[in-house]
Design a protein around this ligand. Structure first.
Ligand code: PMP
Length: 420
């Protein structure tokens, strides 16, 4: 046993104790968003009850306090990612905005006709569409990197597609459909041999894996706070300091300038140059609370629990007749996407909802990934550290109810773990 107790963690999340359609809630939609622990809720109400102020301006006590809290959030992000310093972290609305920021600053500045952007087929739409938009603006080419049948990126094809034309490689650390972990360090090292930069979408990774941007040597790393127990509307971009120093501004306004005249405006240094206007101060306060809460846990214990639970879920879902999991690569992280013969995902999600179980149905903002498996829609159960065997048992029992069978014994969590 370890120092992490899923039951104790669960007790910290008020919403997990509500009912839905008369049933206790089983929240298995963590890939879409995670629930918030009391520490985050209290930090938000505390900030608005006692600390609300704008920051970086106004010489008064509360402005100083709010500034310290906001910058504390930035420091917590730097620490979470093992970034070399707080100046390498830019606050954004989330993953999507961070990717668009890189596309519209670095990308617009650096890319042109004859340049390639390599984009694996498994990416979320937010790591495809901004590059397509950039391609229309700059005439740089978006080149898809194919997948193997098991859902892994085809590394031979990747090596073949890389060339001196390649300016940028983007990839998700953990796939939001397949749960696969990409070999980020190896793919980054290879890209760097061609002088290409690498952007990693960590939206599905930060809640599950330790992330070390210095060790991975990536150029850009982005994530959303709301997928790691923090509020919506706040996220971050990490960029290597020398890259960030060169990024031109993208939105103009207050807080991002050094001096303004009608003849000439000069800009503040990074990261403030890239944060025009009043930021999401309460969001940064909530993000700080979430990251402090997360890092106070035994993270190895968390990872062991999630690994066991994922293995248990894989095995238990396998007992449902006609159920097929998308992706078969080993090392799946917390994401189980499936189809069920004869049942539409919308019908499945609806039936599960009647039983108080929240999952996602649809294309998961990753239509090319689903197309790789010849489907347009699927059902996804996605786990977080507060999920338990009981949540999985209820999911599987409900699916058995739908297929008209009786739940077979799935075995025990310990057995699943030892096979994982
Ligand atoms: N990338 C991945 C892999 C995701 O799972 C998500 C969220 N579903 C996003 C990007 C987009 O995140 P957000 O909507 O918070 O910007």
């Amino acid at each position: 046993t370890n120092g992490f107790s899923p039951e104790a963690a669960r007790a910290e999340f008020p919403v997990l104790h509500r009912t839905v359609n008369g049933q206790p809630l089983a929240w298995l939609d963590n890939g879409a968003t995670t629930q918030k622990p009391r520490a985050v809720i209290e930090a938000l109400t505390g900030y608005y009850s006692h600390g609300n102020s704008n920051i970086h301006r106004g010489a008064h006590t509360m402005a100083r306090e709010a500034t310290a809290a906001y910058e504390g959030g930035r420091a917590a992000v730097a620490e979470l990612l093992n970034a070399p310093g707080t100046e390498s972290i830019v606050f954004t609305r989330g993953t999507t905005e961070a990717i668009n920021l890189v596309a519209q600053t670095w990308g617009r500045d650096r890319l042109g006709p004859g340049d390639d952007i390599l984009v694996p087929v498994l990416e979320h739409h937010s790591n495809i569409v901004p590059w397509q938009m950039l391609s229309r603006q700059t005439r740089a080419r978006v080149v898809p990197v194919p997948l193997l049948p098991d859902g892994r990126i085809d590394q031979d094809a990747y090596a073949d597609l890389l060339s001196l034309r390649t300016q940028l490689v983007v990839l998700s650390h953990v796939s939001n459909v397949l749960g696969t972990v990409q070999p980020v360090r190896e793919m980054t090292a290879l890209a760097h041999r061609y002088g290409a930069k690498v952007l990693v979408d960590g939206a599905q990774a930060v809640a599950h894996l330790p992330v070390d941007v210095t060790d991975l040597d990536v150029d850009f790393y982005v994530f959303s706070g709301h997928k790691v127990f923090a509020p919506t509307g706040i996220g971050a971009l990490y960029a290597k300091p020398e890259l960030l120093a060169e990024l031109p501004p993208w939105q103009g306004g207050g807080n991002m300038i050094e001096s303004v005249t009608f003849d000439d405006t000069t800009f503040a240094p990074a990261p403030h140059r890239l944060e025009a206007g009043t930021g999401h101060i309460a969001g940064a306060v909530g993000l700080l609370a979430a990251l402090e809460w997360l890092t106070s846990l035994d993270r190895e214990g968390v990872a062991a629990h999630e690994e066991q639970l994922t293995a248990y879920a894989e095995q238990a879902l396998g007992t449902v007749p006609g159920l097929e999991l998308l992706g078969s690569a080993p090392g799946r992280v917390a994401v189980l996407t499936f189809t069920l013969a004869g049942h539409d995902p919308a019908e499945i999600a609806d039936r599960l909802d009647q039983d108080g179980i929240a999952v996602r149905a649809g294309h998961h903002c990753a239509q090319p990934s689903l197309a790789h498996y010849g489907v347009q829609s699927a059902t996804r159960a996605s786990l977080a550290l507060y999920n338990t065997v009981e949540d999985i048992d209820r999911l599987v029992a409900s699916l058995h109810g739908l297929t008209g069978g009786t739940p077979a014994q799935a075995g025990s969590l310990a057995e699943a773990g030892s096979r994982a």
